[in-house]
Design a protein around this ligand. Structure first.
Ligand code: 13P
Ligand code: ZN
Length: 266
């Protein structure tokens, strides 16, 4: 019998998912079932594993994910807590395989866990990135307190203003999030409308805020997606600590920010 647990590289990737799920919880970004993760595992599966039998009937997708036909993803389960994903990723998430026509998916391993309610956003983002030739295997969505807090302030609902404010708190932020951040105005969680608004922001950014809800990062590597959000979170904490102490932080100057571009090959 084929068991994915014998696949070393695959299990190493699942281990990284568990590691990051633990960070989300310990950082206080994952209240109850807050946040979700998807990782494209297609390149890590053997040809036998790619054709594992489905554990249940196929579930139709709202839209055809034409660039994802045949791809296999690990996705966290809906209602599942990150603190438990960290302990047991297979009891709190599943491997799903997209049908060749991109119109449905099947759960193929290891347990019959229903995918996150944000599957429309995750899959549409993967679909958009693949069809634009971008090699991003990962979508990470989480609920970082201070970053969400900033989206409750109207002036920060402008991508340029929010990016400039966060970049200017600490040089690393400009370096680690070079494309800045996009913002999606509030939409009901889990909807295809939210998904469509999100992929529009991916044209220019690898990190996107959902107003009054959370943040998403896309990338080749889950740890790097986490690091990008963690760095932005650090900047927001510096900004808000200064405001709580009663002063407006000076922030780095335009020149100081621009000097980072050649210095770090941005
Ligand atoms: P799920 O439990 O369905 O993944 O939802 C959590 C969440 O953060 C919704 O945006
Ligand atoms: Zn959320």
């Amino acid at each position: 019998m084929t068991t994915i647990r014998n696949n070393g590289p695959l299990m190493a990737e699942i281990g990284r998912i568990a590691e990051v799920a633990g960070y989300l919880w310990t950082n206080g970004w994952a209240e109850r079932n807050g946040g979700n993760i998807s990782v494209n595992l297609t390149g890590l599966l053997t040809s036998e594993e790619m054709v594992l039998p489905a554990l249940a009937l196929a579930t139709p997708l709202q839209e055809a994910m034409t660039a994802l036909g045949g791809h296999v993803f690990y996705v966290t389960g809906t209602g599942k807590r990150m603190r438990y994903v960290a302990q047991d990723p297979f009891a709190n998430g599943a491997l799903i395989r997209i049908a060749p026509d991109g119109k449905s998916y099947e759960v193929i391993a290891e347990q019959l866990v229903a995918p996150t309610s944000e599957l429309p956003s995750h899959l549409l983002m993967h679909n958009y990135l693949r069809s634009s030739g971008r090699d991003n295997r990962v979508v990470l969505h989480t609920h970082p307190t201070e970053l969400i807090g900033m989206t409750h302030c109207k002036p920060f609902l402008d991508s340029k203003v929010l990016t400039r404010t966060l970049w200017s708190m600490i040089p690393e932020c400009r370096i680690i999030v070079p494309k800045g951040v996009g913002i999606v105005p509030y939409e009901t969680p889990g909807t295809i409308e939210l998904a469509h608004a999100t992929i529009r922001q991916l044209e220019k950014h690898d990190v996107v805020f959902w107003e009054k809800h959370g943040i998403l990062a896309v990338g080749e590597d889950l740890i790097e997606c986490f690091d990008a959000i963690d760095t932005l979170s650090k900047s927001s904490k510096i900004y808000l600590s200064a405001r709580m102490a009663g002063f407006e932080p000076t922030g780095m100057t335009d020149q100081q920010l621009d000097d980072l571009v050649p210095a770090f090959g941005l």
